[in-house]
Design a protein around this ligand. Structure first.
Ligand code: KIV
Ligand code: ZN
Length: 533
């Protein structure tokens, strides 16, 4: 197994740590869609989930292992496991179909976690770590070991436990900043200390895992790279627990844009133009949009790399400079992350072939069924909107293809509103049993009226906790994208839809979230019935 590397291994945890962020819950098919996109993006390792945590997680890891890891050249599929036999066994079981698999086992090492959470002594934790790494090793060669809360752990103890884990067979040792507490120079020193004080460190890759609680996650990683870290654990759009994980697009583009600065730290010629990671940066924007729409986690406009304003120049001085020479105010090209220049590409006379060709150019590979569905939507939009841009096409595809399974189907939505009218909505919904139900309701506004009317038919209690609308392009005929999140018991479900009519988009987004919620309730019921039988 390779233990030293002159390139950076990108370990993506969008589907595990990323999915732990409130409301980002994904179903198995959505996880599979994201895993495929991550493979196209070129990540080296996909942490697909925590199989022991729930049957849904197990199924997702197993399905990703079976479908995404079919060749030696593809990504390694990784599953998380606490340092417990039952977790490790479940991880190994779920990973069985993968061509390349890794078990990632972890235990806390800081005094505060040992005392209050684990209620174990340092020597007990040392013994568990050693035994569980060996146990994981009995299933596969590729084993990663993490010391949770490493940045608040006594460094001498950290060196000791890492040495024991490597001796037991860990091929990657991961240093998590679990609570997002460290600072760049401190983190760099910690990695340097590990390189200098763990005698067998050359037998493993040093990895880092970061959280962004004080906004330092990317900076911490860059310092870790300078001091010897060669695997970076990150999530698309930086989603994850609390303030999130280190954002993949930010760390990858930082290494890409400043590769001449980082080259010497990886033993390369400073002028080398060889990429530092395996990431196909042109896939970044699309993957970011996919994760945002499936998780219902919007991207703030000023977000680095993938925010709507990331490549926009507003000030006159900047615009003047960019027109004269892009390099005056641009450190990277928008096209390097796969953003097109939003040219007008298609209109209502464009045929299926032109549509298919443009989708291909944008990197969407659709099955014939999905292509047909997307084409019907494209024609509908083209009837209402003269000029269809690449951004519109992306919105149409993500809306049509990435919807939750349609258990309830919205057949009709009609509203009446205005400054002298009481907003009223009528909806017709087809139930999963095929019955068509129509109902009406009044509300404080048209969207409220639509949601009340849908609730009267669908009748699944929920609390709407977020509703946001944004336009895909400029212009009065722009497509509006609606993202909503609703809560049922302690879980959050999201829905997303795009349409030139924002009331229709709102209704469809709500229906999509309700379908996710209803699907989860059905799954839970089926599982309970299976246990009883
Ligand atoms: O933040 C953390 O410590 C983790 C570990 C499981 C690696 O997510
Ligand atoms: Zn984490």
């Amino acid at each position: 197994m390779e233990t030293t590397t002159d390139r950076i291994i990108i370990f993506d945890t969008t589907l595990r740590d990323g999915e732990q962020c409130p409301g980002a819950t994904l179903n198995v098919d959505e996880k599979l869609t994201i895993a495929r996109a991550l493979a196209r993006l070129g990540v080296d390792v996909i942490e697909a989930g925590f199989p022991f945590a729930s049957p849904g997680d197990f199924e997702a890891v197993e399905k990703i292992a079976r479908t995404v890891s079919t060749e030696e050249v593809g990504p390694t599929i990784c599953a998380l496991a606490r340092a417990k036999k039952e977790d490790i066994k479940a991880a190994a079981e779920a990973l069985k179909p993968a061509a390349k698999a890794r078990i990632h086992t972890f235990i806390s090492t800081s005094d505060i976690h040992l005392k209050y959470q684990l209620k174990k002594s340092k020597s007990e934790v040392l013994a568990i770590a050693e035994e569980m790494v060996s146990y994981a090793k009995s299933f596969m060669d590729d084993v990663e070991f993490s010391t949770m809360d490493a940045t608040r752990t006594d460094p001498e103890y950290l060196y000791q436990i890492l040495e024991r884990a490597i001796a037991a067979g860990a091929t990657t040792i991961n240093i998590p900043d679990t609570v997002g507490y460290t600072t760049p120079s401190e983190f760099g020193e910690l990695i340097k200390g590990i390189k200098e004080n763990v005698p067998n460190v050359d037998r493993a890759i040093i990895s880092v895992h970061g959280h962004n609680d004080i906004g330092l996650a990317v900076a911490n990683f860059l310092e870790a790279v300078k001091n010897g870290a060669r695997q970076l654990e990150c999530a698309i759009n930086g989603i994850g627990e609390r303030a999130g994980n280190t954002a993949l697009e930010e760390i990858v583009m930082a290494l890409h844009v400043r590769r001449q600065y980082f080259n010497p730290f990886l033993g390369r010629d400073p002028e080398s133009t060889e990429p530092l990671t395996n990431i196909d940066t042109k896939q970044i924007y699309k993957t970011s949009r996919l994760v945002s729409s499936l998780t219902g986690m919007p991207i703030q406009p000023n977000k680095a790399i993938v925010g709507a304003n990331a490549f926009a120049h507003e000030s006159g001085i900047h615009q003047d400079g960019v027109l004269k020479n892009k390099l005056t105010y641009e450190i990277m090209d928008a096209q390097s992350i796969g953003l097109t220049d939003n040219q007008i590409v298609l209109g209502k006379h464009s045929g299926r072939n032109a549509f298919r060709t443009r989708l291909k150019e944008l990197g969407f590979e659709l099955s014939d069924t999905d292509l047909n569905k997307a084409f019907v939507r494209f024609k509908e939009v083209a009837d209402k909107k003269k000029e269809i841009t690449d951004w519109d096409i992306e919105a149409i595809v993500s809306d049509e293809i990435q919807q939750a399974p349609e258990l309830f189907r919205l057949e009709l939505v009609q509203v009446s509103c205005g400054d002298r009218a009481r907003p009223t909505a009528t909806v017709t919904v087809r139930t999963p049993e095929g019955e068509e139900l129509t109902d009406a309701a009044a509300g404080t506004g048209p969207v409220d009226a639509v949601y009340k009317a849908i609730n009267r038919v669908v009748n699944v209690p929920n609390e709407l906790i977020e509703f946001s609308v944004k336009s895909v392009t400029a212009g009065i005929d722009a497509i509006g994208e609606v993202t909503i999140r609703l809560r049922h018991e302690d879980k959050v479900y999201s829905g997303h839809s795009a349409n030139t009519d924002i009331i229709v988009a709102s209704a469809r987004a709500y229906m999509s979230a309700l379908n996710r919620l209803y699907g989860a309730l059905l799954e839970k019921k089926q599982r309970e019935e299976a246990v009883v039988n």
